[in-house]
Design a protein around this ligand. Structure first.
Ligand code: ACM
Ligand code: ZN
Length: 570
């Protein structure tokens, strides 16, 4: 072969090898309607045009995508037509969007911030995972030719976080919001108060954070009588909480704050003991569980305190829903040698008399309903809506409240039949503090239970509901309680990839879910987590625990479970 022929052959070879390949279509949650065709569209140094009629936050969302693209490809984009065009289209549903990619161009359309945020997240997931890495990377920077029309199944797509049992910094919380954004979630339920720590600055009651945000140690493992002797705590200033609210809002996420009442209030009682039935003294709890000490329902000062706290809270959080907790007020496990304070407190007795509540099995629930109703009216007077855990149903819940069903699905089903709106977050399917494998000896310490990825994925929120009551199901949320989760590495391990499964429960039509397709798509999500530097669990692949040890065979597992006195269960 003469020289020019050799050069030509080499050129053909290089071109063939360099032909960029689009990433396999592994978007989670799977968009509603997807048609992938042959070919790809190169986005390196692409021209970008943004409809100037788009609102400021939508434009900012697109610019975040453009910024990630420029960083990852190492090439500036150009302003102008002929590349990716972002445009308003009033035909889309509020959170819906459309993407049309041909070898020549890409068109992205939506009508709202959330639509543009989700379109950008879909674009990112169709690109090499290195786009999540925040640095220049060599990769095939092309999008597949595809037509997508997408919209969510549920309007409420939530994820919860407990910063009280263990504290998460503002930066960690933002990362949590980033992950929620990547999977198209729109409600962040922030559980800001607990027995083990009060985490929100309230200016009128400075001792809530001076005293209530700090505990004198933490029990070691599951030995509730023990104490590691290490002072632990932290709180968010009002400025920091506003920063989180703004960060979330830019990503289409509403932050729903929770002040859990009248139970789970020991940290507040430690700061202001006069708010309890006995007057204390109380200590910020160093162990987990349910305490008997709750707010006094007979003391008007408690109502004033709550109104003051919620007044400051509403200044920080624009969310229409405000969460008042309401769970686990009775049946405390602390000092069982004494009766529940509400059973013996003269002020509570006087309140019951005033309300005409007779002594009986329901009396404490009815007394709790008095506080719930008071807060519901206070919130309504300020244009907000009350949401609470399903215990609020047990007394006499007033119309207009929304119920978060956590003790299984029964509470949610009953609430919907009674005409209440419901968010489903049942322990059996949505508690991400549960074990992900049966092989507990290989897993980090955990509260218990067993919630593998597949079980999260297969949750169907309408199951067991009477026809016509489904419309009350606003959506689905998973909860992340952190008694046994103390480090970001452990937090991500418990969250991922179960959050991905949750996203398909929240987003995809019931008949569009497919566990095999979903599991195959996790290959790309795993690469995304690697690029983001997040830990994750591979139990679903038979690689168990932090160390990813090989799973036991079925026979070995059976023998192991028997040795622990347990049975396999789902
Ligand atoms: C809860 O898990 N106590 C709502
Ligand atoms: Zn009392």
């Amino acid at each position: 072969m003469n020289k020019p022929m050799i050069l030509l052959a080499a050129l053909v070879l290089i071109t063939a090898c360099a032909k960029p390949q689009p990433q396999a279509f592994q978007v989670i949650p799977m968009p509603d309607d997807v048609t992938v065709s042959e070919g790809s569209f190169c986005v390196k140094g692409v021209a970008v045009s943004i409809d100037e009629n788009m609102d400021e936050l939508s434009q900012k969302a697109v610019l975040r995508f453009v910024d990630a693209l420029e960083t990852a490809t190492g090439m500036k984009t150009k302003k102008g037509e002929g590349g990716i065009r972002f445009a308003l289209n009033p035909d889309f549903a509020p959170e819906g969007y459309g993407i049309l990619i041909t070898p020549e161009s890409a068109v992205v359309e939506a009508i709202s911030l959330n639509g543009f945020v989700y379109a950008c997240e879909t674009l990112k997931q169709m690109l090499p995972a290195a786009i999540y890495g925040g640095k220049k990377a060599k990769a095939d920077w092309v999008l597949p030719c595809v037509h997508i029309l997408d919209r969510p199944r549920f309007e409420y797509r939530g994820m919860h976080l407990d910063p009280c049992r263990h504290f998460w910094t503002v930066e960690e919380t933002k990362k949590y919001l980033d992950v929620m954004t990547a999977y198209k979630m729109n409600r962040f339920h922030w559980h800001l108060t607990e027995d083990q720590g009060w985490r929100m600055e309230i200016k009128k009651y400075p001792k809530l954070t001076e005293v209530g945000a700090w505990r004198n140690g933490t029990c070691i493992g599951k030995d509730f009588e023990s104490n590691d002797g290490i002072r632990y705590g932290g709180f968010y200033t009002q400025e920091e909480m506003k920063e989180i609210v703004a960060y979330a809002a830019e990503r289409g996420i509403t932050v729903i704050p929770e002040v859990d009442l009248p139970g789970h209030m020991v940290a507040a009682l430690a700061a202001y003991p006069e708010l309890g039935c006995t007057g204390g003294p109380y200590e910020v709890w160093t162990r987990w569980g349910i305490t008997q000490d709750i707010l006094c329902a007979g003391n008007d000062k408690v109502l004033t305190f709550l109104e003051d706290v919620f007044t400051e809270l509403m200044d920080i959080f624009p969310s229409e829903f405000i969460h008042i907790g309401g769970d686990e007020c009775f049946g405390g496990e602390g000092d069982t040698t004494r009766p529940d304070p509400w059973d013996v407190c003269p002020k509570c007795a006087a309140r019951m008399k005033q309300l005409g509540i007779k002594k009986g099995p329901d009396s404490k629930h009815l007394l709790q309903s008095f506080i719930t109703a008071h807060m519901q009216k206070f919130l309504a007077d300020h244009g907000r809506k009350l949401i609470g855990w399903d215990e609020i149903l047990e007394g006499n819940l007033k119309a207009g409240a929304t119920v978060m069903s956590w003790r299984g699905v029964k509470g949610g089903i009953k609430a919907a039949e009674m005409g209440f709106d419901v968010v489903m977050t049942p322990t059996d399917y949505m508690y991400f503090d549960y074990f992900q494998s049966q092989e507990r000896d290989k897993e980090p310490l955990c509260i218990g239970g067993y919630l593998p990825l597949e079980k999260v994925y297969k949750y169907e929120p309408f199951k067991g509901m009477k026809p016509g009551t489904e419309e009350h199901i606003l959506g689905v949320q998973a909860n992340m309680w952190t008694e046994y989760i103390a480090t970001p590495e452990h937090l991500w391990y418990m969250l991922l990839p179960r959050l991905c499964a949750l996203s398909e429960v929240q987003w995809c039509a019931a008949d569009a879910k497919d566990y095999d397709r979903f599991q195959a798509s996790l290959e790309h999500s795993q690469a995304m987590f690697d690029a983001m530097g997040l830990n994750y669990c591979l139990d679903y692949k038979g690689l168990i625990g932090f160390d990813r040890q090989p799973a036991r065979s079925p026979e070995e597992l059976q023998a192991y479970l028997e040795s622990e006195g347990r049975k396999w269960s789902w």
